[in-house]
Design a protein around this ligand. Structure first.
Ligand code: HXC
Length: 517
């Protein structure tokens, strides 16, 4: 009676073979380079002993073109489900030790099956990318496999969070699966990502470049804006994944993991007042303001290295998860430019999808003036901010700290763009344009005719500031709900988040709007 031992032995033999991956020597080599194996990455992602693998025995039968003697256990990708902080999360991890982690049809189907499962069950998807790209020996089947993965990335977008970790090569068309996901994390020394590498660029265009310049984590974090976080190594990447998941709901039908009941102080914060310089032109670091408004150590900045004139990230206030969008007066005087608009709009849309309320901190003198900005489409890109705020239905709270000028103020979620609550500090200047510009336009001739031109200009600027840009003027016209002392801001926000928890806003049915891309 009982199961035939031979069957169990056969299962164990096959499992051991598949789990061996590239074998002891290649594994030791990876460890010596400070890198984890594909399986170790998943093990470190999940709570111990919760990982349930799918498709350990899957592998492609195609032979020829140098493949006859190769064994491809798992077909070069490990897929399955495990638990993170008590919630199920789907994960796949490409195994570079198996045919360079290259993607053939079985490899692609394993990922697709996992994606379908994640979408059906409503759980986040995490993908570790470490691959030589399309498996050359499988020809167009590989191309088709990529197409099926990309299509699922799109179908899942807005349904469950998708996070890509680039921890090895990721080149050519293969970059587009991570690019279609919500957050990209790249390890600093072992990862690269590019469409055409330096050799191809040189052969086709004659331009000389390096991988460091076009495909490194630093280049993508700082210049292209393609990624959201740089990790020092695999373990750091996993820390970032864990931290990020801590702010995200499992799917678009759930609330983010708020932590109500955490003991929080909501007393006056006089230190906040001291942060804002007396001189309205003097810069300050908005991250100091965020640190004082958010619960202790709760701010996770997203895209820290890119478009630093706008700061975005997740935080908690009184335990409630929220997304923060803030002008940074420290960089480019906090103006909105093309990159900042792209960064902000993407973050706002992510928060809206996943029911994360938005806090907007405004100190914006306008859109960045310049020929390059106009030529490269600041109109189209700036419009993304307007579109993203206008289209979002999550609770939206706006705090005007200092400057809120012109169209850029509307692009920072003014009342008219759908803010549920607009608070202003007494230092706020809310105006159709800055005082210097306004006086120059309206009183140019009078200033020219004046005996003491400078004195006349200063007098007019002071008059404009007092009459046309004071927060009381804006409040009298209902652009501002309340003018508050900075020290009270945290309390007001906490209370608003509580009140707005059950906010519902229905929009006309449509396929989708046309965000200015
Ligand atoms: C099949 C591959 C492979 C691939 C690597 N290998 N890439 N096998 N298809 N695409 C295999 C190698 O033959 C080798 O097998 C093992 O993986 C390790 O590769 P190495 O070259 O020894 O490793 P390394 O020196 O670290 O170099 C890594 C690499 C390099 C930079 C990624 O392997 C490389 O350039 N690979 C080819 C990249 C590429 O051109 N991919 C196809 C692009 S077309 P053995 O048996 O010797 O250990 C594409 C289109 C996608 O991706 C379109 C999607 C829309």
């Amino acid at each position: 009676m009982g199961i035939d031992q031979k069957l169990l032995d056969e299962l164990e033999r096959r499992q051991t073979e598949a789990l061996a991956s590239g074998g002891p020597a290649p594994i030791a080599k990876r460890h010596a380079q400070g890198r984890l194996t594909a399986r170790e990455r998943l093990e470190a992602l999940y709570t111990p002993h919760t990982f349930q693998e799918f498709g350990l025995h899957a592998q492609h039968a195609t032979r020829g073109f140098g493949m006859d003697k190769k064994s491809l256990p798992t077909d070069g990708v490990i897929t399955g489900i495990g638990f993170v902080d008590g919630r199920p999360v789907a994960g796949f991890s490409q195994d570079f030790m198996i045919a360079g982690g290259s993607l053939g049809s079985v490899h692609a189907h394993k990922i697709c099956d996992l994606m379908d499962h994640a979408a059906r069950a409503g759980m986040p998807l995490i993908g570790f990318n470490d691959s030589g790209g399309a498996r050359i020996q499988e020809g167009v089947e590989s191309l088709s496999g990529y197409g099926q993965v990309f299509n699922r990335n799109v179908l899942m977008s807005g349904v469950v969070p998708q996070i890509a970790v680039i921890c090895g090569p990721c080149a050519g068309g293969a970059v587009y699966s991570p690019a279609l996901m919500d957050f990209l994390i790249m390890t600093r020394h072992s990862a690269s990502m590019f469409i055409c590498g330096p050799e191809v660029i040189r052969a086709v265009t004659g331009q000389r470049t390096t991988m460091e310049e076009i495909g490194s984590a630093e280049a993508h974090a700082r210049d292209s804006g393609n990624i959201h976080f740089i990790a020092e190594d695999d373990r750091h990447a996993l820390e970032i994944v864990h931290r990020l998941l801590g702010y995200l709901p499992s799917n678009n039908m759930s609330d983010p993991p708020h932590q109500p009941g955490v003991e929080i102080t909501l007393s006056d914060d006089l230190g906040l007042e001291a942060l804002i310089p007396e001189d309205p032109k003097a810069p300050y670091d908005v991250k100091d303001v965020i640190a004082r408004l958010a619960d202790a150590d709760s701010f996770l900045e997203v895209q820290r290295e890119f478009a630093q004139n706008l700061v975005v990230g997740f935080a908690r206030i009184d335990g409630v998860v929220l997304g923060i969008v803030a002008n940074q007066p420290h960089v480019k005087a906090g103006t909105l430019d093309i990159d900042a608009s792209d960064k902000g709009a993407r973050f706002i849309r992510f928060c809206n999808i996943f029911n994360i309320p938005l806090l907007t901190l405004v100190d914006v003198p306008g859109f960045l003036p310049g020929v390059a900005q106009e030529k490269h489409g600041i109109i189209r890109h700036g419009a993304k901010m307007l579109f993203a705020y206008g289209a979002s239905t999550v609770p939206k709270i706006t705090v005007i700290m200092r400057k809120a000028y012109g169209g850029a103020f509307l692009a920072m979620c003014s009342r008219d763009m759908g803010a549920d609550l607009v608070l202003a500090w007494p230092t706020a200047e809310i105006a159709v344009m800055g005082a210097e510009g306004a006086v120059g336009v309206v009183f140019r001739r009078e200033i020219e005719a004046a005996e003491d031109k400078d004195a006349e200009r200063t007098r007019l600027i002071d008059e404009y500031r007092a009459k046309f840009s004071s927060p009381y003027m804006a409040a009298s016209r209902r652009l501002v709900d309340e003018i508050i002392e900075p020290g009270d801001t945290r309390r007001y926000i906490a209370s608003a988040l509580e009140q707005l928890q059950s906010k519902t806003e229905l929009r006309p049915t449509k396929k989708h709007g046309l965000i200015p891309l």
